[in-house]
Write a protein that binds this ligand. Structure first.
Ligand SMILES: Nc1ncnc2c1ncn2[C@@H]1O[C@H](COP(=O)(O)OP(=O)(O)O)[C@@H](O)[C@H]1O
Ligand SMILES: [Mg+2]
Length: 249
């Protein structure tokens, strides 16, 4: 189950089928955690085949790039993790994402990395406390055996507020427009979900983002049981125990 959560599993199935950011995948057997624990060994990391491949991938995509592992971006520390503006900062970002992956739950794998196009977005808010993370229009759908079960705005308002230093009096109105889905949005979202439905068995979350030019992209997928789900949703209670979700049977 956990390896299905990895971008290297789901991305090849959706690339070419629906709009996605251009993505290059790099694999490594290196134990990156060692380099977080022993920063004085950074020159060793810089000399690895993995680092060279990552650097070439970033150059090929063109800066800024979106950097993440197959499982995790560290988005709550945007400018120090997934949003990479120059090759000078690559090492720092790799180590920060690795460090945060080590601290997340039971520790997330760092053997798969993805370098992606940064999609231009309309910023509704900027969360300064999350490293200036731009908050843009995104939705999360849950599909079960290809059928759409429910769909939610991606960002709960409390999470955005926690990331901001000042909450302006217009917050609620802006949040409302962040969550608004017009007919054209709906058409594109439905079309993405209809295209990928036949390809995925089981329970999945599907995250989609609206770019500044109005086009929607599929940006992330994960096992439905392991994905954040709005408390108020009637389908949330469908979620199996996490221990079941992690069984490899
Ligand atoms: N290619 C991209 N261009 C611009 N913003 C992106 C891109 N990919 C992701 N994001 C933003 O970063 C957030 C985290 O990305 P995601 O790939 O879902 O990482 P995670 O798996 O850690 O949630 C998304 O919710 C979105 O706001
Ligand atoms: Mg995500």
């Amino acid at each position: 189950m956990l390896e299905n959560n990895c971008l290297s599993y789901w991305y090849p199935k959706v690339a070419g089928l629906v709009p996605t950011p251009e993505t290059l995948i790099i694999r490594t057997q290196l134990n990156l955690e060692e380099f977080v624990e022993h920063y004085n060994r950074k020159d060793e990391l810089l000399a690895t085949d993995f680092y060279g491949k990552l650097l070439r991938a970033c150059n090929r995509i063109g800066y800024p790039v979106f950097l993440k592992t197959g499982h995790f971006s560290g988005k709550h520390n945007w400018h120090n993790t997934c949003y990479l503006e120059t090759s000078d900062d690559l090492l720092k970002h790799v180590l920060k994402i690795t460090e945060m992956s080590m601290c997340t739950g039971f520790g997330l794998p760092t053997n798969v990395w993805a370098v992606r196009d940064v999609l231009p977005v309309t910023r509704y808010f900027v969360a300064e406390q999350y490293g200036n993370l731009p908050i843009s229009k995104e939705v999360r759908a849950f599909i079960r055996d290809g059928e759409v079960q429910c769909m939610h705005p991606y960002w709960p308002s409390e999470v955005i507020k926690q990331g901001m230093t000042v909450i302006s009096s217009t917050f609620d109105a802006v949040y409302e427009s962040l969550c608004e889905i017009n007919e054209n949005d709906k058409k594109q979202i439905d079309s993405i979900l209809a295209s990928i439905g036949p390809v995925f068995k089981g329970y999945w979350s599907v995250d989609m983002l609206k770019s500044a030019n109005g086009k929607w992209y599929l940006i992330d997928m994960a096992a439905g049981d392991l994905s954040f789900h709005w408390e108020s949703c009637e389908y949330k209670k469908d979620i199996r125990l996490l221990s079941d979700a992690y069984s490899f049977s």
